[in-house]
Write a protein that binds this ligand. Sequence first.
Ligand SMILES: Nc1nc2c(c(=O)[nH]1)N[C@H]1C(S)=C(S)[C@@H](COP(=O)(O)OP(=O)(O)OC[C@H]3O[C@@H](n4cnc5c(N)ncnc54)[C@H](O)[C@@H]3O)O[C@H]1N2
Ligand code: MOO
Length: 388
Amino acid sequence: MNNFVDLYDALKILNDITVKRNSKVINIEQAFGKTSCKTITSPFDLPDCNTSRMDGFAINSSISDFTKPFNVVDEIYAGEISSKTVKKNEAIKVATGAKLNDDIDMVVPFEYITYVDEKLFLTPQKNSYIQKKGSTIKKGDTIIEKNEIIDHRKIEILATLRINCVEVYRPVKIALISTGSELTEYFAKYTHILNSNYYMISSFLNNFDTEVTYLGIEKDDFESIKSKLKINIEDFDVLITIGGTGYSKADIIEDVVKSLGGKILINGINASPGKTFKFALIDEKPFFIIPGNPHSAIVCTELFIGFFLRGLSDKNLLIKTPVKFKLNKKQNFYKIIKSITVIEDDNLVSYDLYQYNNKGFRSLTIVDKNKTELNEGDLCDTFLLFYL
Ligand SMILES: Nc1nc2c(c(=O)[nH]1)N[C@H]1C(S)=C(S)[C@@H](COP(=O)(O)OP(=O)(O)OC[C@H]3O[C@@H](n4cnc5c(N)ncnc54)[C@H](O)[C@@H]3O)O[C@H]1N2
Ligand code: MOO
């Protein structure tokens, strides 16, 4: 009964789990928040030739005499290139973004020109105002790493590089099952307990790249739970059940996992809430067994499922923040607090959710197992979820 897995070992186990996910090719407009399944490199230098950073006159300063006037031989706009070569004291009127031939070594911005007797004089510049070929990105540079989550900044670069499609992982397909003979879906049925955990978990999962299928409520009964899992294992990447982790019912889930040839890797942890959380692999598929108690269900969903889903692409998931609350707790057990992490005086600090119900990172604060007393200002591991 007491072979709890240490909380940090449990997180490590979850971090090492990989999910086999199929891929699909999508247009970059749909790529925000998706995970690239390939490394993408640049097909060419960016810019692909020298370009002007300013509106002004492009010249070959090394052969020109600035005490003499300049002749304008051509005019070009952004993206255009001139067929002319600039000779001594010749200039091409250029717009920002115009392409420059190799003989041009300086652009004199419009602010630094004068006309004397309608003749154009240019003031030499310290800065060349030329963006060099390949200075932003070199051909072959990595633009997006394998397993990187694509954002709008990277999408802009992909578009500039004329890459309009990317291969990304399909959303993680998750099956969700509530267990408990006492549960109901009907809001008006007051004789039963409403399946509120379903709303919590499904809305949480919708923040990730997932496709969630709700498979309904099953009674606390070995055969019902077993057959529900058995017929669905093949179609999903991840399975989640809620409830039935406590001492009266735990055997059912454990027996179901064993009867399906699965292996329980986490059978309770030394943390509160979360003591009865379990995790198994069935046919190599991750199976999260979340406690039914709603407070515990929230914490376990955020920490274990959130950690797992984020861990599929992210590496550094925990940061240290000072807390703004105190508490006493029992030794040898971690305490997990639903917190809100905010910026104060340029630093992140974590408040107990019930002290600070406002804008900030939804987070979990992990109070170390060795502590019996936590004071304001003490540093704790913090798992940041999302900013709301
Ligand atoms: N003798 C002991 N009993 C319990 C212990 C213990 O150490 N010794 N641990 C407690 C802890 S900690 C937890 S957590 C719960 C785990 O219980 P289960 O996972 O088996 O959950 P249930 O018994 O099915 O339900 C508990 C509670 O939560 C309600 N519930 C369940 N599912 C949902 C749902 N989908 N939506 C809303 N509410 C739900 C359920 O009706 C019960 O009220 O065990 C303790 N017991
Ligand atoms: O497993 Mo219970 O989660 O300690 O609240």
